[in-house]
Design a binder for this molecule. Structure first.
Ligand code: AMP
Length: 384
């Protein structure tokens, strides 16, 4: 994979695929974390007198149509303010508008408005690849999608390279995937086993223990033979959960927090064998020895909350876990939207060795899959 730092970009036209899929409210950027994550690449380009055209998606519009609520206009305004220099929003792929010398920073309107993005169209890929001198891929969050701007454009660009964010993600995630130090402990929480099954299976071969939380823990608690009342779990995952339990790596909670409703009717702290038919497990507490395991870990991977932490009544498990990871001297990585919002809520991103910007891309990378954008970038390297 060619890295941006190895290329002479002075006075060149750079097309940079970024992930600026940020939350918006009333045409304002609510959380700019993803925009800020792109800054090292953008600042490097501008300080080398390169001109840049940024490409991003936003939300899930229907392809081929302009929909105001998915417009990147608020992002263009945010970038203009950040750089104190106008970032021009470009609505079409006509070459007369792009890199025409009027602006150093341009942003293409939501790439998902353009026909062919989702289907990885070679035609759209070719157009994107031909707009500038170098195609820089820095959108780790969409690197698991084989689409025109994340795959075909890389394949068809004269020169395509990885931006600084992609390089950082690749380096930090690879360290845990292939070069982790033992003891390696994984913490997998969240709603459903099925969305994280491949990750759980592959980590079950690598990590010393997997601490489970959320609806995922409920499925394992049921598979271990306990009653879980009305709790969220996946019936279709019970057999596979039983076979995963056979390796004795799954760590179940010490106590669970139950309630009869999501609003908190009749909240109780219970042992696993005390759950009534009308109760739901909405949070959990780990054993003292589980916290000790985390304290002495050398590597920690974390994805997914321990409970319904959005509600203060059910946040203790996720808060305790966050604080334990923050104190640990292990090399820790975390990924996924809910996980990062828990980190922002209870600790600081600096308390974790590396917070990935990926959700689906993070999961697939840590499953050991080579993401389509990364394999396209790797193939470029061997062609040179
Ligand atoms: P995920 O996106 O798979 O990481 O799941 C995160 C979501 O799982 C959060 O919105 C949590 O509220 C939810 N969640 C966590 N624990 C539970 C639970 N015990 N019951 C129902 N939902 C849960």
């Amino acid at each position: 994979m060619i890295n941006l730092s190895s290329l002479d970009i002075a006075n060149k036209n750079l097309v940079i695929r970024v992930d600026m899929n940020v939350p918006l409210k009333d045409s304002e950027v609510l959380d700019a974390t993803r925009i800020k994550a792109c800054l090292p690449t953008i600042e490097h380009a501008l300080s080398n007198n390169a001109r840049i055209l940024l490409i991003s998606h936003l939300g899930r519009p229907s392809e081929g149509n302009f929909e105001e609520k998915f417009s990147l206009q608020p992002v263009a305004e945010y970038i203009s303010n950040l750089f104190n220099e106008k970032c021009e929003l470009i609505n079409s792929l006509e070459s007369k508008d792009i890199f025409n010398g009027k602006f150093n920073v341009q942003l293409l309107e939501n790439i998902r408005f353009f026909e062919g993005e989702k289907s990885n169209s070679a035609k759209l890929g070719k157009i994107l690849a031909s707009l500038g001198d170098i195609y820089v891929f820095d959108a780790f969050g969409t690197a698991h999608r084989e689409q025109a701007s994340t795959h075909s454009a890389i394949e068809q660009a004269n020169i395509a390279c990885a931006g600084f964010l992609l390089e950082r993600e690749n380096r930090n995630l690879t360290k845990v995937l292939n070069n982790y130090e033992n003891p390696y402990i994984a913490v997998i929480g969240g709603a459903k086993v099925s969305t994280k099954l491949e990750l759980i299976k592959s980590i079950n071969n690598e990590a010393q223990n997997i601490i489970v939380g959320g609806g995922i823990a409920n499925t394992f608690i049921k598979a271990a033979g306990f009653k879980i009342g009305q709790s969220l779990y996946e019936e279709s995952m019970l057999d596979i959960a039983k076979s995963i339990l056979e390796k004795n790596k799954i760590v179940l909670p010490d106590k669970v927090i139950t309630s009869e409703t999501f609003e908190g009717k009749n909240i109780q702290k219970k042992s696993l064998d005390e759950i009534e038919d009308n109760e739901m497990i909405l949070d959990l507490l780990l054993k003292e020895e589980t916290y000790s395991i985390l304290d002495s870990a050398k590597t920690i991977l974390w994805n997914g909350p321990m409970g319904v932490f959005e509600n203060k009544l059910f946040e203790q498990g996720t808060r305790d876990l966050s604080e334990t990871i923050a104190k640990s001297s292990a090399f820790s990585i975390a990924g996924g939207g809910e996980t990062l919002s828990a980190i922002n809520k209870y600790i600081n991103t600096d308390d974790v060795s590396y917070c990935s910007t990926g959700g689906g891309a993070f999961l697939e990378f840590m499953e050991g899959k080579t993401l389509p954008s990364i394999s396209a970038l790797n193939a470029k390297n061997t062609e040179r």
